[in-house]
Design a protein around this ligand. Sequence first.
Ligand code: FE2
Length: 376
Amino acid sequence: MSTSVAEKVAQETANDFLPLQGTDYVEFYVGNAKQAAHFYKTAFGFQSVAYAGPETGVKEKASYVIRQNKLTFVLTTPLKTDNPIADHIYKHGDGVKVLALRVDDAKDAWEQTTKRGGKSYLEPTTLKDNDGEIVLSGIHTYGDTVHIFVERKNYKGAFMPGFRKWETNYNPSGTGLLYVDHCVGNVGWNQMNPWVKFYEDVMGFRNILSFDDKDISTEYSALMSKVMSNGNGFVKFPINEPAEGKKKSQVEEYLDFYNGEGVQHVAIATHNIIETVTELKRRGVEFLKIPPTYYETILDRVGKIDEDLQPLSELGILIDRDDEGYLLQIFSKPLEDRPTLFFEIIQRKGAKSFGKGNFKALFEALEREQELRGNL
Ligand code: FE2
């Protein structure tokens, strides 16, 4: 008698001291949130959701909330220099500050994680307005990045108290982006295992996949990676550290320019990667270029796929297969002038892995860019 999937999930959830319902939002600290919101709406097809700033009684910052399906971004900028958000931008440039996770009980999430060694960032705090209440709490993770636990089961408003609904006539159409598939952190030399242990001990995650420098190295761009997943698999955080290669690792380049550890990429799911990427490119989003030779032998490696190869090769979409199916993925160029944060667009067709078979082609493409920047 085999246990049904539903029973298995229920069992894992019952044993899980930090049950997570998924990513609630990703918050970026940026130099100019008004322009960043316009960029993400125009280029990626997000919709305006909510705004907080001086007009809503928030004096020290302005935040724009944008959404596409289940993918919510918050773009926040400081209004004065003497401000921790300004310090964050001075140190890192634009980047991800918050990976917010949806929970049923934010107070319990804080208690469970801080008693296991998590360093508190925000003690449980209840915010109320006419639409109900939200409970927030938070802990620190790698670098200056934090996790905020969001309990919103008693809230009906646009985003949370302090924000007002953002009404606008400028509503570019969506591009098929659905939700956060995974978020990758880059950490320093010899720091991968301590952070793996943090996610295991403090947050109850487990290591579902590992890649060492033999899997992930070209002549130059070596790194090591371990994928951490929460109990129900809704939240996945791969952790990368640089490895010794002939020249500078891509992770080291990131650490130099971000001035420390931080989020390397956010992977966003789509149901139709060809349509999504065609539209993103039309709107000016830039992706890493893959040499045409990649496609000459790809079907020998991955076998039969549903899609025609031609649009995939024209767009530079990569393909990989594991025991459970295959996946299609593509990586944007960095979204800032610094070679730091970028996006991955991913369509999973059964595969639950992360495209290990593409690492070589991908890293060679990354190295070409790194060389153009003079950082190899
Ligand atoms: Fe990824």
